[in-house]
Design a protein around this ligand. Structure first.
Ligand code: ACO
Length: 322
């Protein structure tokens, strides 16, 4: 059997926060944030709204829209860096809350590369013949681990969730995949509450996201461009064959730089960063869903999804929209 992506759903918290909000407590401006990141708004989860709640709602929305049953899901993969708690996993909580008694449940820790890892793992699990119906979820409440005193990072993050259903089929639609890591950059993007070292370097153990924005920016552009071309080659395609590119939505300038490097018109990139901010593992399904809803992504289109993030990690796949 082959792996087929058959449905998609999203959920984002109600509270919309614009750039002027940050002008109240850090030295910044709407103009700076828009021009440096492309972000116009982002969503903030309520105080008592957590990652599992966002993920659950995304799945319920997808099930309602596609009239799906969930009780025969046999694997749940949840990519997140903002689990409600370390143990139990988000996947286990959802397995119970969504009524999926026969599902294996596992969280993926690959930061903004997590959703891409989920696609790759789901394809492998279905190709192995062991599983038939898998949920791949990317869900985050990054604003709960945002350092609101750090003006270089606090303006970036938002909360949201997205999910895709991947099923066993005679003819699949998930083509070439990539997944990889560069652990040497671990200290450039981290979230820790343990007074430990990363690659021998001391870190700030404040349970907030800490990043070296410029280093991540440069790494992302060169690594994503490389992986874009590797995916094309694996699938036997050229850049003109890609209808939609859905990279992790960290920053519009990163997306523009990757497009320029690989020779893809930026109009062919789907993004979620302008309205949802950087939502880490949720950013790709959010962007894809909006592209589908807007009627841009249509049956037969070749869609390349490619994530990157803390670890450092990267992963993605080419999907022919069904
Ligand atoms: N408002 C106004 N000025 C600011 C702000 C702000 N919010 N933040 C920084 N500045 C200033 C800086 O202090 C600096 O001033 P200086 O020149 O006087 O020192 C100037 O703006 C330029 O700073 P840079 O860091 O060079 O700004 P840059 O253009 O690189 O943009 C940014 C910073 C947006 C963080 C960018 O580097 C970026 O997006 N990097 C990638 C981040 C990323 O992808 N992170 C992934 C994390 S997600 C995850 O894995 C959970």
């Amino acid at each position: 059997m082959e792996a087929k992506l058959t449905a998609i759903g999203i959920y984002a918290p109600e509270k919309v926060v614009d750039n002027h909000y940050f002008e109240q407590f850090i030295e910044t401006s709407d103009e700076w944030i828009r021009s440096r990141t492309g972000i116009i708004t982002r969503r903030f989860a309520a105080e008592k709204e957590f990652t599992s709640d966002l993920a659950e709602q995304a799945v319920r929305n997808m099930a309602a829209e596609y009239q799906l049953r969930l009780d025969d899901v046999d694997f749940i993969l949840v990519a997140t860096v903002t689990h409600d708690q370390i143990m139990p996993s988000m996947a286990c909580q959802l397995q119970y809350r969504l009524g999926m008694p026969n599902a294996a449940a596992l969280d993926i820790s690959a930061a903004c590369g997590g959703f891409g890892y989920g696609l790759v793992l789901a394809k492998g699990l279905i190709n192995s013949g062991m599983y038939r119906k898998i949920l791949v979820i990317g869900a985050e409440t990054l604003t709960k681990v945002t350092d609101f005193t750090d003006r270089t990072s606090c303006i970036l993050f938002g909360d949201g969730a997205g999910v895709v259903l991947i099923e066993a089929a005679e003819k699949g639609n998930i083509g070439a995949c990539v997944a990889g890591a560069d652990g040497s950059g671990g200290q450039d993007l981290y979230l820790s509450n343990q007074n430990t070292l990363i690659n021998g370097e001391e870190i700030l153990a404040n349970n907030k996201i800490v990043q070296n924005g410029r280093k991540v920016f440069k790494w992302a552009v060169s690594q994503m461009s490389l992986q874009f071309n590797i995916l094309l080659e694996k699938e036997g395609l050229s850049v003109e064959d890609i209808d939609w590119f859905v990279p992790h939505s960290a920053n519009m300038r990163i997306i523009e730089a990757i497009c320029k490097q690989v020779g893809l018109p930026v109009e062919k990139a789907l993004e979620s960063v302008s309205t949802y901010g950087n939502t880490s593992s949720a950013s790709i399904p959010l962007a894809l869903y909006e592209g589908v809803r807007a009627g841009k992504v249509r049956k037969g289109h070749k869609v390349m999804m490619l994530g990157f993030g803390g670890g450092l990690t990267y992963a993605g796949a080419i999907v022919e929209w069904a």
